[in-house]
Ligand binder design. Structure first.
Ligand code: NAD
Ligand code: IPM
Ligand code: MN
Length: 361
């Protein structure tokens, strides 16, 4: 997909819980933005997760996967929920298969504290101001996919096994993505690992150092994950681009939501495969608030900015969506997770209204 493409063929996978609520909000914003551009929009919705398990017995039906693989971009809501927690096949397995099939090994998770947004975090304003971190989470390797895995034996002697495995090439390719992004930003890359204990982390650190020799203009730091988790909250402004393996990246990016006060505003984009990028908010299906019309749509809406930037190469439109999101974070209206009393629809309309003053194309 390039700027010359006339129609964006988007596959949506709304999924479970608040997934459909925030996906609809994101689509409204995308439609409003593209109305101001020559690019048309074709949307095809497909089931994934618990919903797909219920109707087709598979959390990633073949038809959903085929549609995703051949789309220009894929927009996912969220999967999972307590209803399927004891099911033999979990909804989350569908999402992992999708990421793996698309080959999207680099998961970009920006965490930006907008001016005026500091008050939403329990952390002190002066520590947060202008925090702008880009996490690059390895997404298709590590403990999520390593074999052997499973639970065997008989109670009370059952044993569970997971395997963390990384090949050199898997580390190299995500390292290159992270170094290149650091080059476009503050020229500082922090690599997070547990090299004092884990063999895979020792290899991770060596490979990062080797790849770093090709990027002499980027300062590379190695951080141990436990102390990084603390520094992330105490001195977040010290970080620019952060690269880490799959499981650590999952945990640290939820922790980073404390910097903005809620998981509901964090977007992500995953790429690196031959096919389309996969766009999804960082949050899950939020069963505690699903169906109430109060899910924060700003994370899903911010994935639209990432799509405009990375799939459509329209930096101008991406910046306009981010500007509108930043303005709503500063001035409201806001959903309850940010201390407001607005619903998903009201916040979405406010973003679209701000957009109309920002998009000039
Ligand atoms: P969660 O991210 O769903 O929710 C964590 C907390 O954040 C909850 O208090 C929730 O209300 C709040 N929250 C999340 N999104 C919000 C939003 N848009 N607006 C306002 N508040 C929001 O995590 P969880 O409760 O641990 O997991 C619930 C289910 O979601 C699990 O089945 C899990 O596997 C799944 N999950 C899916 C994804 C995904 O599909 N990408 C990501 C994370 C978790
Ligand atoms: C995320 C989620 C997923 C992950 C789950 C639902 C498989 O927590 O996208 O952060 O762990 O990657
Ligand atoms: Mn997660």
């Amino acid at each position: 997909m390039t700027t010359t493409t006339e129609t964006l063929r988007l596959v949506t996978l709304p999924g479970d819980g608040v997934g459909p609520e925030v996906t609809s909000a994101a689509l409204l914003v995308l439609t409003a933005v593209l109305r101001q551009s020559p690019v048309g929009l074709e949307v095809a919705e497909h089931p994934i997760g618990g919903l797909a398990l219920d109707i087709e017995g598979d959390p990633l039906p073949r038809s959903s996967l085929d549609a995703a693989m051949t789309a220009d971009a894929v927009l996912l809501g969220a999967v999972g929920g307590p209803r399927w927690d004891l099911s033999e096949v979990r909804p989350e397995a569908g999402l992992l298969r999708l990421r793996s099939a698309l080959g999207v090994f680099a998961n970009l998770r920006p965490v930006k504290v907008w001016r005026g947004g500091e008050r939403h975090s329990p952390l002190r304003d002066e520590r947060l101001r202008d925090t702008d971190i880009l996490f690059v989470r390895e997404l298709t390797g590590g403990a999520y996919f390593g074999r052997p895995r499973g639970v065997g034996g008989m109670a009370p002697n059952r044993r569970g096994v997971d395997t963390i495995e990384y090949g050199e090439a898997e580390i190299q390719r995500v390292a290159h993505v992270a170094f290149r992004l650091a080059r476009q930003r503050g020229h500082h890359l922090s690599s997070v690992d547990k090299a004092n204990v884990l063999a895979t982390s020792g290899l991770w650190r060596e490979v990062l150092t080797e790849v770093g020799r090709e990027y002499t203009d980027v300062k590379l730091d190695h951080c141990l994950v436990d102390s990084f988790a603390l520094r992330l909250l105490l001195e977040p402004r010290q970080f620019d681009v952060v690269v880490t393996e799959n499981l650590m990246g999952d945990i640290l990016t939820d922790e980073a939501a404390a910097l903005v006060g809620t998981l509901g505003v964090l977007p992500s984009a995953s790429g690196g495969g031959a096919g389309p990028w996969l766009y999804e908010p960082v949050h899950g299906s939020a069963p505690d608030i699903a169906g109430q019309g109060i899910a924060n749509p700003l994370g899903a809406i911010s994935t639209i900015a990432m799509l405009l930037r990375l799939t459509l190469l329209r930096e101008d439109l991406a910046a306009a969506v981010e500007g509108a999101v930043g303005a709503v974070i500063a001035d409201g209206p806001l959903t309850p997770d940010m201390g407001g009393s607005a619903g998903t629809g009201e916040v979405t309309s406010a973003v679209i209204e701000k957009l109309s003053t920002l998009v000039t194309a």
